[in-house]
Design a protein around this ligand. Structure first.
Ligand SMILES: *Cc1c(COP(=O)(O)O)cnc(C)c1O
Length: 427
């Protein structure tokens, strides 16, 4: 896409590259789904060349015609999706995985070994938290939970053996934002005095905002991870994940995927390429418009204590939101996720949140009680008892995950119906 006419982001997301080396599909309007687990090698020499080529740092994956060997290593549908995801996030390379968690495990896993240390905030996606807190210590990898709102606290948490600074913005589920450029600056300062093999990398989970709403690499962050299961897949039919970052990490990401086995299914990659990514800007724009209406409605409701939506004027970090949450055209993009808390004591608000959830489960059409997010269907869930229940209650409170808090992922329904369903449940 370097030469020739310039097309806008929305158009490129629909078409991808005009021609891809991953498959000769110049006569296909959509690419074929390939389902072969193994590939004919034609000759011993070509087979050897395929193994030479795989994950070879000296071969440019964008221009080389791949010799495919075995589906777990690489195959055309995921290769095409990777090209388009790298474009969407403005990254040099993308490697896709079977789930968001497989991508997160890889993004962290390629950077740590026994004795290393990770810094992350206490409020983070529950399985990411559990991965770092419950599993990595078995391999001698430790962590510190730091306050990323305080630049000095973040700096102080980074030790000589720290290799990864990991975070989300907006934070799941509280919608608290973390300043991308502040984190990039702190990491750059630390790295300025370190040899290459002791550098810290920054990794951000951009699942909540999606690449439509925020492109962290352009703010100096090293790696972006996504659950493709959410906004990018968009329809709630397939699971996937991706790591997007510098070319120098491509080899390790491909080898990690090969050896830990978290490869994406080709038909999943195909669905995300053909249905998900091309429609992302259009879905998000409408969902975001609906979210603003729902946020304003909830903020006025007497049973609601507080609403956290980056698009509201009273959002505590509104200036930061306006700085880093921007769509492809540069417009403010506060997204389609919101968090709100119910009034009452800790116990009362917890019980009220359970009652609202149960009412919705039993009676609502346009709002569904379910975990996950970023679909065309509006989903509500209770983080304290569901997605974030792996986090101890004291740590939940420390991270702002209130017992009476409910998370909404706004979909494409008529906003009047979403509001009416919420009205009945809150009554
Ligand atoms: C869902 C989610 C994940 C994990 O993704 P899976 O595809 O379910 O493995 C990670 N981070 C965030 C913010 C998520 O919402």
């Amino acid at each position: 896409m370097a030469e020739g006419p310039h097309y806008r982001d929305r158009s490129v997301l629909i078409h991808g590259k005009f021609r891809s080396e991953k498959w000769d599909f110049q006569d296909h309007i959509t690419p074929p789904i390939t389902t072969a687990v193994t590939f004919r090698l034609r000759s011993a020499e070509r087979g050897a060349a395929g193994f030479q080529q795989f994950a070879n740092p000296n071969i440019n994956r964008d221009t080389a015609t791949p010799i495919y060997i075995y589906e777990r290593l690489d195959e055309p549908c995921s290769g095409m999706l990777e090209e388009n995801l790298a474009f969407a996030e403005r990254g040099e390379t993308a490697v896709v995985f079977a789930t968001g968690m497989a991508a997160i495990a890889a993004a962290i896993g390629i950077h740590v070994r026994q004795g290393d240390h990770i810094v992350m905030p206490p409020a983070i996606y529950g399985c990411t938290y559990s991965h770092v807190v419950n599993w990595l210590p078995r391999f001698g990898i430790t962590h510190t939970l730091a306050n990323f709102q305080n630049e000095d606290a973040l700096r102080a948490a980074i030790r000589p053996e720290t290799r990864v600074v990991y975070f989300e913005t907006p934070t799941n589920p509280t919608m608290e934002l973390i300043d991308l450029e502040m984190v990039a600056r702190v990491v750059a300062e630390v790295n300025a005095t370190r040899p290459a093999d002791q550098r810290v990398v920054s990794i951000v989970d951009n699942t909540f905002a999606s690449p439509f709403g925020q492109r962290p690499l352009t703010h100096g962050i090293d790696f972006v991870v996504h659950s493709l299961t959410k906004h990018i897949g968009g329809f709630g039919t397939n699971m996937g994940g991706v790591v997007i970052g510098p070319r120098r990490s491509e080899t390790d990401l491909l080898l990690y995927r090969k050896d830990f086995g978290g490869s994406i299914a080709p038909d999943t990659a195909w669905h995300v390429s053909v249905y998900g990514l091309p429609t992302l800007p259009h879905r998000l724009e409408v969902q975001q418009r609906n979210a603003a209406l729902v946020a304003d409605y909830l903020a006025e409701h007497p049973a609601v204590a507080q609403v956290w939506y980056p698009g509201r004027a009273d959002f505590p970090q509104r200036a930061l939101a306006e700085r880093q949450m921007r769509d492809y055209d540069g417009n403010f993009a506060p997204g389609s996720m919101l968090f709100f808390s119910l009034r009452g004591s800790l116990q009362e608000s917890y019980e009220a949140a359970m009652r609202v959830s149960n009412h919705i489960a039993a009676h609502a059409l346009s709002v569904t009680l379910a975990v996950s997010l970023g679909q065309i269907k509006t989903l509500i869930e209770h983080p304290a008892s569901m997605t974030h229940s792996a986090i101890a209650p004291e740590v939940q409170m420390q991270g702002g995950i209130l017992p009476g808090g409910l998370r909404l992922s706004i979909g494409l329904e008529d906003p009047r119906d979403i509001i009416a369903d919420l009205e009945r449940a809150l009554a």
